[in-house]
Design a protein around this ligand. Structure first.
Ligand code: SAH
Ligand code: SF4
Ligand code: F3S
Length: 463
């Protein structure tokens, strides 16, 4: 009986999305079919996140649910990979003894082999095969990534340029789940992006935990330019790539050489995700984030001098242990004054083996909820104001595909990373097309294609 239909469910950040894509590409290369429909799958892989307890609980709940399906059909395979697999390891089998695969963050490239071994053993008539647990560190695992080049055309693609993190932010589990920081060689990254570009990729997001620290130990500065800026220059020169983004940068190492890129690189989008975490210096210190709020804001000011129309988003944690009303008031004040266009607002969650773990979780749930709401309201107002300023304006939109709802509706993004929904045509997917915005919400822009003066190919389109 063939058992080749795999469904991958991804939790967590863009790095996980990229890793899932890579695993999918490898599996397709081995003859598996990676499907979008969970019900028809012979194999389900959960690519998990550990950053907050809730993220882990979601995946554990899902895995528990899938065990019922496995009891009805013993040949059904369930695997857990990624950060939670790395974090919890073998202990996952205590509560989920029938889990077939537990694969850590440095072992994604081993998934096809482990899966085929599991299937082979299952198809022999013996007893249920033992669960496979593979969590070991792997030297050079950052370079196994290049073999993961996606086989399906992607309009916009994530490219991991490094793995791991050497910082010690007090709240954060990522250094534990992703290991020490390792950079990929520049040439390998450039090669990967060149290949993506020839297959139709127009937009690249470079990924790293502190992306602007890329290669800081491995590669030298050249003409006072950091390795990250050198890489940006190389990526900028690649024909076919129209837009460049990166995430997440950190204030350390966000120097003038990088700020200057916003003046010299037209492909570098006027969108920056720049995690602030807190507006209180006292809390930043307790979080072991090595910058002051003044330093953080001075970087934003400098960038806005170069690109006044910059869109800036951030990450904030509310309710870190010891965060008083006064501390939160500082976060609120700076959050409002900076005027973020987008933000991910998190309620503090205690993580095992972090330096903040012994501090417990003294800020109450209600306080966290309140602080979260205060920031959400500011954000909604800001975001709407920014979007309203775009009504009647025309901007290029990179179309990514059909919208979830609505006949002939397509979704794309502006350079500022605003989501746009427009009546369009499949032929525009992968293209940069001018759109005039007519109606906006805090999260979405709606409008019409501007067809005058557009290349002839597009004029031919009848809507
Ligand atoms: N490397 C990135 C962050 C990656 S984790 C950086 O340093 O900016 C993504 C976000 O999750 C963090 O920015 C932080 O806001 C949030 N986060 C991390 N650990 C958390 C925790 N224990 N509780 C709540 N939010 C957390
Ligand atoms: Fe976590 Fe800090 Fe590293 Fe970001 S920089 S991944 S928050 S330890
Ligand atoms: Fe990403 Fe979550 Fe791991 S945020 S790095 S998937 S812990």
């Amino acid at each position: 009986m063939p058992m080749n239909r795999v469904y991958i469910k991804t939790y967590g950040c863009q790095m996980n999305e990229r890793d899932s894509n890579a695993v999918a590409a490898m599996l397709r290369g081995k003859g598996y079919s990676v499907i979008d429909n969970e019900q028809d799958a012979d194999v389900i892989l959960l690519n998990t996140c550990s950053v907050r307890d809730q993220a882990e609980q979601k995946a554990i709940g899902k895995a528990g649910h899938l065990m019922k399906r496995k009891h009805k059909n013993p040949n059904f395979i369930v695997g857990v990979m990624g950060c939670m697999a790395q974090n919890r390891g073998e202990a996952l089998l205590d509560s989920l003894p029938d889990l077939d695969l537990v694969i850590g963050t440095q072992k994604f490239h081993r998934v096809p082999d482990h899966l085929s071994n599991m299937i082979d053993t299952m198809q022999g008539q013996g007893p249920r095969p033992e669960s496979i647990v593979d969590l070991a560190e792997e030297l050079d695992s950052q370079n196994t990534i290049k073999a993961h080049l996606n086989d399906k055309p992607q309009i916009t693609a994530f490219v991991s340029i490094m793995q791991g993190c050497n910082m010690k932010c007090a709240y954060c589990i990522v250094p534990k789940t992703r290991g020490v920081e390792r950079a990929r060689p520049m040439e390998a990254i450039v090669e990967e992006i060149e290949e993506l570009a020839t297959k139709g990729t127009r937009e690249i997001t470079l990924l790293g935990q502190i992306v602007n620290q890329y290669g800081i130990r491995e590669f030298p500065f050249v003409d006072k330019k950091s390795p990250f800026v050198q890489l940006l220059e190389k990526v900028h020169a690649i024909e076919g790539i129209e837009r460049i983004r990166f995430t997440s940068p950190h204030p350390i190492g966000f120097k003038d050489d990088l700020i200057k890129c916003y003046a010299s690189m037209p492909k570098l989008c006027e969108y920056l995700h720049f995690p602030m975490q807190s507006g209180s210096d006292r809390i930043l210190k307790a979080m072991r984030r090595p910058y002051s709020i003044e330093k953080f804001r001075s970087i934003i000011d400098k960038i806005r001098m170069v690109r006044p129309d910059m869109y800036i988003s951030t990450d904030i944690i509310v309710g870190f242990p010891g965060e008083t009303d006064e501390d939160f008031e500082l976060t609120r004040k700076h959050f409002e004054e900076i005027g973020f266009d987008m933000a991910y607002l998190f309620k503090y969650s205690v993580r095992p083996d972090t330096t903040a773990e012994p501090l417990g979780d003294p800020v109450t749930k209600a306080q966290k909820e309140h602080r979260n709401q205060v920031l959400l309201e500011i954000l909604a107002k800001n975001s709407l104001k920014r979007n309203e300023s775009l009504v009647d304006k025309i901007e290029n939109v990179l179309f990514e595909g059909p919208a979830k709802k609505g006949e002939d509706m397509f979704v794309g993004r502006t350079r500022g990373n605003r989501v746009v929904i427009v009546k369009a045509n499949q032929r525009l997917v992968g293209q940069l097309v001018p759109v005039r915005f007519s109606r906006v919400t805090a999260n979405t822009l709606y409008g019409d294609l501007v067809l005058e003066g557009v290349e002839s190919e597009m004029e031919a389109i009848t809507l």
